[in-house]
Design a protein around this ligand. Structure first.
Ligand code: ITT
Length: 200
């Protein structure tokens, strides 16, 4: 019964990198829509946590599109920066969401805290809150995390966002140096998805 209901699904993101990665996680028995296709703009993210914001997005897009929605709110927490950029990860890229700008800001903020940061292990984690929201108001939220370190230089061309500066714990390369297959095996989004995939 649930499967039939899920035939149409809107993936509630206007971030093309995220959309691609979420689509790759989903089974192929779904008709997937994006907000851009349906000309729906993003809601304001007024929540204080990843969980709050992912519910805001999933509810908003589900109501607008009148179908089930899977939405993601995610970001990078850097311990030395008191868990910033956190829920503001996208906003650190400025109006144009430029990730070179966001990464420069990370390096600048780290230098302000400790001039010698490049020689230290800077602990960080990616967090992802995935919410599935049905038009009748039922919903389910799942959180996934991956721990790691900040690279002192940008490395790699794959992925999106902060991938060029994130080295997962026990690995020697950044997410942007990995194939998407390798990233999916361990990343925050697929960890969150594991707990949600039973609905598909
Ligand atoms: P939507 O709200 O439309 O989904 P957004 O990019 O604004 O798009 P978020 O508010 O959830 O989405 O911000 C998430 C940001 O966190 C994203 O823009 C990246 O900067 C970063 N991020 C999240 N997951 C990432 C990943 O797997 N790799 C690299 N950066 C990631």
């Amino acid at each position: 019964m649930i499967k039939k209901f899920f035939f149409n699904l809107i993936v509630g993101t206007n971030n093309p990198g995220k959309l691609r990665e979420i689509k790759d996680l989903l089974p192929n028995n779904l008709k997937i829509y994006s907000p851009r296709q349906l000309k729906i703009k993003s809601p304001r993210e007024t929540g204080k946590t990843f969980k709050d914001n992912s519910i805001i997005k999933a509810k908003f897009f589900s109501k607008k599109a009148k179908m089930a929605c899977l939405a993601d709110d995610s970001g990078l927490e850097i311990d030395m920066l008191d868990k910033k950029p956190g829920i503001h990860s996208s906003r650190w890229g400025g109006k144009k969401k430029n990730f070179n700008v966001a990464i420069k800001k990370v390096f600048k903020e780290l230098s302000k805290k400790d001039k010698d940061w490049k020689r230290k292990k800077i602990k960080a984690r990616f967090v992802c809150a995935l919410t599935i929201y049905w038009p009748n108001g039922k919903n389910f939220v799942s959180i996934g995390k991956i721990e790691g370190f900040i690279s002192s230089k940008k490395r790699g061309k794959n992925g999106f966002g902060y991938d060029p500066i994130f080295i997962p714990f026990k690995k020697k390369i950044t997410f942007a140096q990995m194939s998407s297959k390798m990233k999916f095996k361990i990343d925050h989004r697929s960890r969150a998805f594991k707990k949600i995939k039973r609905f598909f």
